[in-house]
Design a protein around this ligand. Structure first.
Ligand code: NZQ
Ligand code: ZN
Length: 388
């Protein structure tokens, strides 16, 4: 039975090849000083920086640059961004990049007018913002996280060896996001497929839970089928606009809160992946890929009906003459074959994890209780050891 819920999505999207022009429509709504947030320079190489700068100038904005947002943005970078915003009385934060830039912009947005240490307040105590929030807009250059239309923000603290996400309320969602699939075409293939697996796993995290008949699960299956099909096309031909645009749109729907309405959700692959990320600083999607199969094979017996349904509905495997166990196992084999075909990393050793890190990674893994099996620490250790 569907649980009780409310639903609102506060982000306006502009999608398509000419979507950047809508910045002209959005920018006048906000104040004069814009903090332009971007990463390590990909937007300068592919020309997006020049296009965005021109529109900012045409709109008479004073631009304060905040570059060097790294993949898996750090708490030190967050402090730097807050300082830039305060010193320049910034009115608006425009993130141009992937999930790291969008997440970072949200973290800055809730911290500028807040006296408390943002790491302690939002990522340790999980408090909600009680200060004025600086509005955020995104120009997305990588499909994966869904950050363009959600209120999630993940920050890494290397000293504490923790990578933690806070899902804020709708007031922290980007006011708008520009999604131009063409912008994602300059991504290196490894980043593209890491993004694809991130999308796929976001759907899995919301699918592998509950035993009721829930419309969200049907939506999830459709999204998964689209991601599988289009990822194979894009891996073969990265310039295929149809595939890249479908991937980008699926990424947004995979994690814009719709498919989790009215049901419990798992998120343990992300908890394991984030703990691996805290130790290795590896690419987010790859950390998920590397722990997924050992995790799903471990919990499969506890959610056998859903895993059998996954095999049947998502992978098109015939159920005839098979037990649920056989069918469910075949579904995970099909998923493994797809992951191999894409070239995803299937163990944490390749990401830099070593056996002596396992106890620390176990400690850093937050255990959630929404999935088919609430793990204990020794089960977390077993899964991580199998992922080596
Ligand atoms: O920094 P630049 O030079 O821009 O290069 C980036 C970066 O090296 C590059 N890139 C992005 N767009 C490009 C491009 N290179 C060439 N052409 C382009 N068009 O790709 C690299 C990775 O970018 P990043 O933003 O780090 O990737 P992603 O979008 O996967 O974001 C990862 C972060 O988001 C968090 C992750 O934990 C991680 O910190 N997540 C956020 C979520 C949310 N808000 O809901 C949920 C996710 O599960 C995830 O945890
Ligand atoms: Zn993710």
């Amino acid at each position: 039975m569907l649980g009780n819920f409310s639903y609102k999505n506060a982000t306006k999207l502009y999608f398509g090849e000419d979507s950047l022009k809508y910045l002209n429509k959005e920018l006048p709504k906000y104040g004069n000083v814009v903090q332009l947030i971007y990463g390590g320079g990909s937007i300068k190489k592919n020309g997006i920086y020049d296009e965005v700068m021109k529109i900012l100038k045409d709109n008479g904005k004073t631009v304060v640059e905040d570059s060097g947002v790294m993949p898996n943005p750090t708490v030190e970078k967050l402090y730097e961004g807050v300082k830039i915003a305060r010193e320049n009385n910034v009115d608006f934060l425009l993130a141009v990049g992937g999930g790291s830039c969008c997440d970072y912009a949200k973290a800055v947005s809730v911290s500028v007018n807040c006296d408390d240490d943002p790491w302690e307040k939002y990522y340790i105590r999980f408090e909600e913002p009680d200060c004025e929030i600086i509005p955020v807009g995104c120009v997305l250059t990588m499909a994966g996280t869904g950050s363009e239309m959600n209120a999630g923000s993940v920050i890494t603290n290397h000293k504490a060896k923790l990578k933690i996400g806070h899902v804020f309320g709708e007031e922290v969602m980007p006011k708008f996001s520009v999604l131009n699939p063409k912008y994602t075409m300059s991504l290196p293939k490894r980043q593209m497929i890491a993004g694809v697996y991130d999308i796929f796993n976001h759907i899995c995290e919301q699918y592998f839970s509950g035993t009721d008949d829930n419309v969200s699960d049907y939506l999830a299956e459709a999204l998964m089928k689209s991601v599988i099909r289009n990822s194979l096309v894009a891996a073969e031909n990265p310039e295929d606009y149809e595939a890249r645009s479908n991937i980008m749109w699926a990424a947004t729907w995979a994690l814009n809160t719709l498919i989790s309405r009215g049901k419990t959700t798992d998120w343990m692959v992300h908890m394991l992946g984030q703990a691996v990320g805290a130790y290795t600083d590896a690419t987010h999607g790859m950390t998920l890929a590397a722990v997924s199969l050992p995790y799903y094979r471990y919990i499969m017996p506890y959610g056998i009906e859903k895993f059998a349904r996954f095999a049947r509905e998502v992978w098109g495997i015939s159920a005839e003459g098979k037990t649920d166990e056989q069918l469910a196992s075949e579904g995970l084999v099909a998923m493994e074959n797809w992951m191999k075909k894409l070239g995803l990393t299937l163990n944490i050793t390749e990401l830099g994890a070593t056996p002596d890190m396992i106890d620390g990674i176990v400690e850093a893994t937050i255990i959630l209780d929404g999935g088919y099996k609430v793990l204990n620490k020794s089960e977390v250790k077993e899964i991580l050891t199998k992922s080596l």
